[in-house]
Design a binder for this molecule. Structure first.
Ligand code: PGA
Length: 249
């Protein structure tokens, strides 16, 4: 397995007050580790709080949950890559299932966003994953491959730049229903093969995270599955003790 990545996606939870409390508990109980990467995706307004709490902890990365593909301009309510970078972000989540299926984000928009992240010198974490009806219709692989290929299609330095992929089957997100380690390994194998053909050698070391109802009870088994290099965690990352149990897996 590549160096594991544990990413907390707080979604629309943990404003600055709760974020401060959470980070205090986390930092107190999680000393610097050199064998794993931890990423926090707080809501944008809590990024500064988390950055301040982290201080010199370079082993923990900060990210934002979504960006616009333009660098600046009249886009009320949006955050750009340069703004995210200025605030301390190193990773940008792109195409999360809720962006796609609640807010109607298209594959083409994920491509523009990944390109903007590359241009800004940050790392995109592109999320892919099929809906239950697509899985039932035998289309899971083709959907994931399409999302992956289109999402990366405008990036120009894939052979040299860091990217991360998160496979999150939509039917497993927030539902308590997790993919089996075998399901995860099968799809991660497909993604790994695609990455090798898109990015060359670099595709072999690109972290592929699994996400969808990960909790302290299933984290270890999922991480042990072939080609699962990390975990993207929503609900179970909101409680400091369950998140600590997961990052110690
Ligand atoms: P969940 O969310 O862990 O609550 O299923 C994962 C995600 O949406 O990234």
């Amino acid at each position: 397995m590549n160096r594991p990545v544990f990413a907390a996606n707080w979604k629309m939870n943990n404003g600055p007050t709760l974020a401060r409390e959470f980070m205090k508990a986390f930092i107190d109980q999680f000393p610097r580790q050199n064998d794993r990467t931890i990423v926090f995706f707080p809501p944008a307004l809590s990024l500064a709080t988390v950055a301040t709490a982290l201080g010199e902890r370079r082993d923990v990365w900060l990210g934002v949950q979504n960006v616009h593909w333009k660098d600046q301009g009249a886009f009320t309510g949006e955050v750009s890559v340069p703004i995210a970078r200025d605030a301390g972000a190193r990773v940008i989540l792109v195409g999360h299932s809720e962006r796609r299926h609640v807010f109607g984000e298209t594959d083409d928009e994920t491509a523009l966003k990944c390109a903007a992240v590359e241009r800004g010198g940050l790392t995109p974490m592109l999320c892919v994953g099929e809906k239950i009806e697509e899985r039932d219709a035998g289309q899971a692989e083709s959907v994931v491959v399409r999302q992956l290929r289109t999402g990366l299609s405008h990036m120009t330095q894939l052979a040299t730049k860091d990217i991360m992929i998160a496979y999150e089957p939509v039917w497993a997100i927030g539902t308590g229903r997790t993919a089996t380690p075998a399901d995860a390994a099968a799809m991660h194998g497909v993604i790994r093969r695609e990455l090798a053909s898109i990015c060359g050698d670099r595709g072999r070391v690109t972290p592929i995270l699994y996400g969808g109802s990960v909790n302290p009870g299933n984290a270890k088994t999922l991480l042990a599955a072939a080609d699962v290099d990390g975990l993207l965690v929503g609900g179970a990352s909101l409680d400091a003790s369950s998140w600590l149990a997961i990052v110690r897996s």
